[in-house]
Structures are given as structure tokens and as C-alpha cells.
Design a protein around this ligand. Structure first.
Ligand code: THU
Length: 127
């Protein structure tokens, strides 16, 4: 699947974001190694700390379906190049290879930036 297709799916999923507190909607689309796409959106909560980000929602969606191998994720947020937060980088690092897994961001002109996970979170915590 192309990066552009994955961005389009993330963008569509963003419409489902539940973000009444921040009004900052995020969508993500996570591609598994066997070609399936798992989507996620941010789901906020009145107890702000209970909010789940779009990226972790996608991981939860996949892992609860028994899928744990991934190749890339597209993230589309309410601003250009919506970088994943630190917690989501750590959660992605639990399942995704630092050297090969790609994080795809885009701006309003459909320009994309692609990072390796290890570029955004070098030396992630691991037990
Ligand atoms: N958010 C995400 O969904 N992903 C990120 O990586 C950064 C932040 C959400 C959480 C919250 O609902 C809103 O964006 C504002 O922080």
C-alpha cells in the first residue's frame, strides 16, 4: 500500500475523532506486515489523563485482533506534520522495529515527511 493511500485512510479516520475538549482531531492508519490496515482516532475523556491518542488507538485495534507486526503508520492531525507524542512513540517501539518502521506525516499541501521510528525515539526504554 502506498504512503498516499495510507494517509487518505488516516484522514478519513480522523473524522471519527472524539475531541470535544481540545478540538484537536487526529487520525491514524497502521499497516501490518501482512497488508492489513488498522485505524485509530483520538478519544478524549473528561478526565483528561484517560484520553487515548490516535496512534495508540490503532495499536490497540491491531493487537486486540491478534496482529503485532507492522511496517508503517500514517498520522493526520489538526495541524501540518502532526508528530506523535512521546507516549505513542514508546508504545510504537514496543511492537515496531526502530530501524525500518516508518512514520508518515503530511501537511495541508499533501507534502509528506517520512521518519524511521528510531529517528523520532532513539534508545527507547526496554526491559
Ligand atoms: N493526540 C494524538 O491523538 N496523537 C498524538 O500523538 C498527539 C496528541 C491527541 C490527544 C488529544 O486528544 C489531542 O491530540 C490534543 O493533545
Amino acid at each position: 500500500m502506498s504512503n498516499e493511500e495510507l494517509i487518505q485512510i488516516a484522514s478519513n479516520t480522523r473524522k471519527n475523532a472524539y475531541a470535544p475538549y481540545s478540538s484537536f482531531s487526529v487520525g491514524s492508519a497502521l499497516l501490518s506486515s501482512n497488508g492489513n490496515v488498522f485505524t485509530g482516532c483520538n478519544i478524549e475523556n473528561a478526565s483528561f489523563g484517560a484520553t487515548i491518542c490516535a496512534e495508540r488507538a490503532a495499536i490497540s485495534n491491531a493487537v486486540s485482533s491478534g496482529v503485532t507486526d507492522f511496517t508503517k503508520i500514517a498520522i493526520v492531525g489538526a495541524k501540518d506534520f502532526c508528530y506523535p507524542c512521546g507516549i505513542c512513540r514508546q508504545v510504537l517501539s514496543e511492537f515496531c522495529d526502530s530501524d525500518t518502521f516508518e512514520i508518515i506525516l503530511c501537511n495541508s499541501e499533501n507534502k509528506t515527511k517520512v521518519f524511521k521510528l528510531g529517528d523520532l525515539l532513539p534508545n527507547f526504554f526496554n526491559l
